[in-house]
Ligand binder design. Structure first.
Ligand SMILES: [Zn+2]
Length: 299
């Protein structure tokens, strides 16, 4: 249940200088103030093939923070990809203070070839090789460009995921504690504003910005508040999952004062501090005895 509140700690971090510019460019997407532009982050060929990662820039009519929203590191987590596609058309730059950088599909070949979990070009998960390498394989080169062009230029980041083709999942978010109290207070508010009613507390993420592995850790180790959210499962695109992601993002934007209106916050979420993976020692078929026995998993 959501209740209207005025969340504490408006925007405490300094805004990036780029947000005040009349144009904002990511890859080939160059947006004038008050407009939306689409284009690609071009990943040049190296030890393997080139790839083009779609990107949209919604450059709000007024200056403000830069929010990055990324999905499709795992290209068959469809609900999260569709949610960003919908946001690109739903976000009205005339209403926005600040700039939104939207990357709906990082792992294009996973999507095209319907391969879960990894980039079929190099067999690597596209959420485990950050901050990436300019001369690495395709996943590493793409991660390096996303670090440079998206993470380093944003003030806040939300990474979307969901159950992959072979995963069941109920919606939840991750709150990563970094030990930086100011930053952790902001991400705490961000997960509450996002509104998913189960929140996993993570305290073991990398602290080294040069070995950040995950996209959200790449942002948080660079001092940028970041959360990861999950909705969708098993190749489906259900309206509830897509709307949980889009509405959660719009509410975080209200919290960040990028959109007008009061932000609400989820009341009494379930905080999960410890995860116990259960692995069967036998091959077979998992048949839950109750409808509540939904698996939690993350690729
Ligand atoms: Zn994922």
């Amino acid at each position: 249940m959501l209740r209207p509140v005025l969340l504490s700690a408006a925007v405490l971090l300094s805004l990036s200088a780029a947000a005040a510019d009349p144009t904002f460019t990511v890859g080939t997407a160059r947006a004038e103030r008050g407009h939306t532009a689409t284009g690609f982050i071009e990943v040049p060929a190296g030890v393997d093939a080139a790839t083009s990662i779609p990107v949209a820039v919604v450059h709000g009519a007024r200056p403000g923070p830069v929010l990055a929203i990324v999905s499709g590191a795992h290209g068959t987590e469809y609900a999260s990809i569709i949610a960003i596609e919908k946001l690109v058309s739903r976000l009205d730059p005339a209403q926005i203070s600040g700039t939104v950088v939207l990357v709906p599909l990082v792992n294009v070949q996973s999507f095209l070839q319907k391969v879960p979990h990894v980039n079929p070009v190099d067999g690597k998960s596209m959420n485990r090789f950050y901050p990436g390498k300019q001369d690495g394989t395709q996943t590493e080169r793409a991660s390096w460009l996303i670090t440079k062009q998206v993470v380093e230029r944003c003030d806040y980041l939300i990474d979307y995921h969901g159950g992959d083709l072979d995963e069941n999942l109920r919606p939840y978010s991750y709150w990563s504690r970094t030990g930086n109290q100011k930053q952790d207070a902001i991400t705490h508010d961000m997960v509450l504003a996002f509104g998913l009613d189960h929140i996993i507390i993570v305290a073991d993420r990398p602290a080294d910005p040069n070995a950040s592995r995950y996209l959200d850790s790449t942002a948080s180790t660079r001092g940028k508040p970041a959360i990861a959210v999950e909705a969708g499962h098993a190749g489906t695109v259900e309206t509830d999952d897509v709307e949980a992601l889009t509405n959660g993002t719009l509410n975080v934007m209200r919290y960040l004062k990028m959109l007008p209106g009061e932000a609400s916050a989820i009341e009494h979420p379930v905080w999960i501090a410890k995860i116990n993976p259960m692995v069967s020692d036998k091959d077979g078929i998992f048949i839950p005895r109750s409808s509540a026995a939904r698996m939690w998993s993350r690729a």
